[in-house]
Design a protein around this ligand. Structure first.
Ligand SMILES: [Ca+2]
Ligand SMILES: [Ca+2]
Length: 141
């Protein structure tokens, strides 16, 4: 976990960088797909759903939910990913929904930087890392 300064432009830059974004999505997908069948089942997605809920927590939406409510939240998040409703999330669905969520987040953030606590392996952290790398290479050239 680390505290990072994040704004909409950083997230947008990351999404629009196909190589960085697709690479991160593929890494994350492979990491979540523990039985390597190319699909994410509900239980495989749980880890991701939990970290997505963490992000909402940082936006102040979260109120200590009871377990039943929580599984409701995970269910509806899973359904958002599983666009063809076949009970599993494939790479394209995973990519499409991750992109949509990050776009929505970028819109919410706008130009005003906010401090967020980020997981080391989260997409947002990768977006920040990419920005830092970019700034560094700009300085050295
Ligand atoms: Ca799987
Ligand atoms: Ca599906």
């Amino acid at each position: 976990m680390s505290v990072e300064l994040l704004d909409g432009a950083i997230i947008l830059g990351f999404i629009e960088d196909d190589e960085a974004f697709n690479g991160s999505v593929q890494d994350r997908f492979a990491y979540l797909d523990t039985n390597h069948d190319g699909q994410l089942s509900y239980s495989e997605m749980l880890k991701e759903l939990k970290s997505l809920r963490m992000i909402e927590t940082h936006f102040g939406i979260d109120l200590k939910p009871d377990p039943e409510e929580l599984s409701h939240v995970y269910d509806s998040l899973f359904l958002q990913f599983d666009r063809d409703s076949n009970g599993a999330v494939d790479l394209e669905e995973f990519k499409a929904e991750t992109k949509r969520m990050m776009l929505a987040m970028a819109n919410d953030l706008g130009l005003l930087p906010v401090q967020m606590i980020l997981d080391e392996d989260s997409f947002l952290k990768k977006a920040v890392d990419r920005e830092v790398m970019k700034l560094k290479s700009n300085v050295s050239t």
